[in-house]
Ligand binder design. Structure first.
Ligand SMILES: NC(=O)c1ccc[n+]([C@@H]2O[C@H](COP(=O)([O-])OP(=O)(O)OC[C@H]3O[C@@H](n4cnc5c(N)ncnc54)[C@H](O)[C@@H]3O)[C@@H](O)[C@H]2O)c1
Length: 270
């Protein structure tokens, strides 16, 4: 259903064309049913997920391990400088992360988010590079920081393709550029940010889950929650940042993703 502003004459002709209503009583009945159908349009939920979302699936978070990502200094494996220093190490790191996807499964928290689509218009904006939201059945997902199952040319970020196996030094894209992981590294632009902001602005409800709120601009997205009547933040060790401290209607749920999503689902769907 699309919404637009109508003046009174347009409203009258909408009622006439929708219900063919000519008498006053029929017009009133028609107006009521139009209002009811408008109010039945699904409310919009935006889920902002981070590494903690996948912790109960067995994928390690980043900051829980003293700033190391699977034993590596993050600047070694997730920055253009690290890439320039040691391409083989970086390729190998992401080859391992990609291979790990075959050993892990979405957890009940991922499935609960997908199930919300039965009742709400749901958009998942994730910092995660795994594919667990997809495999749980969520249909609308933005990967702010890229995806493990996508690779791109070092010469041209728009030359990309779906990829399951390893990438080796000397594997080239059609433009002759070395293939690299299609991951947004520290210091690189976040092209999906622009597409994400309007979703946060339109959200009636926001669920922030499993993020330490340290990586910007993702951590600042909550500042665009202009109309959200409820914001949930689920994390067993909740953090804060400048934007969250200024968020209205915030409810912090100190729990893991599975338990926290179950509580939020019961509240939203009861
Ligand atoms: N699964 C992945 O794709 C993955 C994994 C590690 C890191 N990363 C990348 O590293 C960056 C890390 O930033 P971040 O804020 O997403 O993660 P982070 O590691 O900085 O923070 C993780 C948060 O998850 C919380 N957490 C731990 N266990 C949890 C659970 N069971 N349920 C819910 N929350 C739990 C922690 O308390 C912490 O606040 C991101 O940019 C992301 O792309 C991705």
């Amino acid at each position: 259903m699309t919404f637009r502003l109508l003046n009174i004459n347009e409203l009258e002709s909408t009622i006439l064309s929708t219900c063919g209503a000519k008498t006053v009583l029929k017009k009133i009945t028609c107006s009521i049913s139009l209002i009811v159908s408008l109010s039945m349009a699904k409310q919009k939920i935006v889920v902002l997920s981070g590494a903690g979302m996948s912790a109960e699936s067995g994928i390690k978070t980043f900051r829980d391990a003293d700033g190391l990502w699977e034993g590596h200094d993050v600047m070694e494996v997730a920055s253009p400088e690290g890439w320039a220093r040691n391409k083989e190490l970086v390729l190998d790191f992401y080859n391992q992360r990609r291979a790990q996807l075959k050993e892990v499964k979405p957890n009940p928290g991922h499935f609960t988010i997908a199930k919300l689509e039965e009742h709400y218009d749901v958009m998942v904006i994730t910092q995660n590079v795994d594919d667990l939201h997809e495999r749980a059945g969520s249909n609308n997902i933005i990967h702010l920081h890229g995806e493990l199952r996508s690779i791109r040319s070092v010469k041209n970020p728009t030359i990309k393709q779906y990829h399951e196996g390893d990438i080796k030094l000397g594997d080239f894209a059609p433009d002759g550029g070395q293939w690299r992981p299609d991951i947004v590294w520290f210091g690189e632009a976040v092209p999906e940010l622009e597409r994400s902001i309007p979703h946060v602005m339109e959200a009636d409800i926001i669920i922030i889950i499993g993020t330490s709120l340290q990586v910007y601009p993702a951590a600042g997205l909550i500042q665009y929650a202009y109309k959200a009547k409820q914001v949930y933040y689920i994390d067993p060790k909740p953090k804060s940042n400048y934007e969250l401290d200024r968020t209205a209607n915030l409810k912090v749920i100190e729990a893991g993703a599975v338990e926290g999503m179950s509580l939020v689902y019961d509240e939203l769907v009861s």
